[in-house]
Design a protein around this ligand. Structure first.
Ligand SMILES: Cc1ncc(COP(=O)(O)O)c(C=O)c1O
Length: 469
């Protein structure tokens, strides 16, 4: 059972022993979940929550068709990839057909592994080592990929990695520029990073980015940036790796984040939602790029490209298509965004609402326009009190993230808006204050904005629209 603030939770004590202290939990009084169904999660105390956070079960928790596909394949055949077997081949065909820009796939078991494969493909194809990424990014947790995490722009700690400021319009690197001119300023930083890598002897292999800059806080990207960046990368002899681990699989209301932002990548990485919980990721590219990698590395991954991965991966695509979930992400996401945008100017501190499809961010700032991490964090707690699970996001951790399963129902979207309003207006519910998460270790200190002027504080309080969605 779940403990209260006064009675220690025996499961928490067992967890600390079993996992060792330090394994992160979302709340100070952690949430003990026992069951999921659709976009709902059920706690041990019987309480139902709406999941506004999880992108992995994109089709909804415990989807019966996924469960059935998993059980049937496991009960029939599950081996490794060194036999001829239909499901994984069919998944590679289906995935690359959906992507249009790729031909062959290398399967793996996590986004991290798939990103590493992508980097190795780029390095083999170009004969160079240098990788450019965005600052405040995250692409995975092993030594190679983890080196790209949250690197300050211009950092030279790693001889073969450079990071550039992520492109955005809210705190632009050149305060006086907008549109294409601002995009050019960001591309100039990209070109400088490429030149720096070349000068350091690493050469230039690839630019890697999440097309919608998910971990950076879903910024509005200066128009033209993606096309100009792709042109600069190719002119310098490099490749573009699109990390679709978060952006892909319909999250934006289109199959791929790169379509949502007008980017044509050379290598695509997919993960999280691909297996609806079964570890399944893929690196896809033109056949010659994939074959160059295979020839050089003889890559083998025990659990990858198995019949089980294939069957479950196909079932996920089937459900996304047959249940119209990508359309749901597009329509419901647009309505939710419009409704949240109507709250700009009404709720003090709510400075921006961004994102596409069912991946949105509501940014909070303080009186001087400085990122208000504490406010966003308190709001996440208050939303939990009201039965909605989410988290903070963005370069300053001052955004409330909205990233539910694509199977989110409209009535839950409506109820979320009510909970959002109540949480901003009244904060935590008194009865639930004991659940307040620890701030310690959760937030980074609010840094002064490095990118020019702050978004202006909204002075005039607009009337809140009638509960609209
Ligand atoms: C954009 C992005 N890429 C890659 C990864 C790594 O995926 P995994 O945790 O499956 O290794 C993540 C994980 O959060 C991510 O957000």
């Amino acid at each position: 059972m779940t403990g209260t603030s006064k009675t220690p939770d025996p499961l928490l004590e067992r967890r600390e022993r079993a996992f060792g202290k330090g394994a992160k939990l979302f709340y100070d009084t952690p949430l003990h979940l026992v069951r999921g169904e659709g976009a709902h999660l059920f706690a041990a105390d019987g309480r139902r929550y709406v999941d506004m956070y999880n992108n992995v079960p994109c089709v909804g928790h415990a989807h019966p068709r996924i469960v059935e596909a998993m059980a049937r394949q496991q009960a029939t055949l599950n081996t490794h990839s060194r036999y001829l077997s239909e499901p994984a081949i069919a998944l590679a065909e289906r995935l690359t057909a959906l992507q249009r820009v790729t031909e062959s796939a290398i399967f793996s078991c996590s986004g991290t592994e798939a990103i590493e494969v992508a980097i190795r493909i780029a390095r083999i194809a170009t004969g160079a080592k240098g990788i450019v990424c965005t600052d405040h990014t995250y692409h995975g947790n092993n030594t190679l990929v983890g080196a790209l995490t949250n690197l300050p722009a211009g950092d030279t700690r790693h001889t073969d990695v450079r990071s550039i400021p992520f492109p955005e319009t809210l705190r632009p690197i050149a305060p006086n520029l907008t549109g294409e001119a601002l995009a050019d300023a960001y591309v100039a930083r990209l070109c400088a990073a490429i030149e720096d890598l070349k000068a350091a002897g690493a050469g230039f292999a690839a630019l890697i980015l999440c097309p919608i800059l998910a971990n950076e806080g879903l910024p509005d990207i200066p128009s033209g940036f993606m096309a100009k960046a792709a042109q600069a990368v190719h002119a310098a002899g490099g490749l573009i790796i699109a990390d679709e681990v978060q952006a892909g699989y319909g999250r934006t209301g289109q199959w791929w984040g790169y379509d949502a932002v007008g980017l044509v990548p050379d290598i695509v990485v997919t993960g999280k939602p691909m297996g609806a919980g079964l570890p399944l990721a893929a690196t896809t590219a033109r056949r010659d790029l994939v074959e160059g990698f295979r020839a050089e590395t003889r890559y083998f991954n025990t659990f990858a490209a198995s019949p089980l991965q294939g069957a479950v991966g196909l079932a996920v695509i089937d459900v996304l298509e047959s249940e119209g979930l990508i359309e749901n992400a597009r329509v419901l996401g647009a309505e939710l965004k419009a409704a949240l945008k109507q709250r700009l100017g009404h709720w003090p501190g709510l400075a921006d609402v961004r994102g596409t499809g069912l991946f949105l961010a509501a940014e909070f700032v303080g009186d001087e326009g400085e990122p208000d991490t504490a406010k966003a964090f308190d709001l996440v707690c208050a939303l939990r009190d009201r039965g909605f699970l989410t988290s903070i996001d963005g370069a300053f951790n001052n955004c409330v993230k909205i990233r539910p399963p694509l199977a989110l129902q409209r009535e839950d979207g409506l109820a979320y808006l009510d909970a959002f309003d109540a949480s901003v207006a009244h904060g935590r519910r008194p009865a639930d204050r004991s659940l307040c998460p620890r701030r310690r270790g959760r937030t980074r200190a609010i840094r002064p904005c490095r990118r020019g002027p702050q978004p202006h504080r909204q002075k005039r309080k607009r009337r809140l629209p009638h509960r609209s969605l």
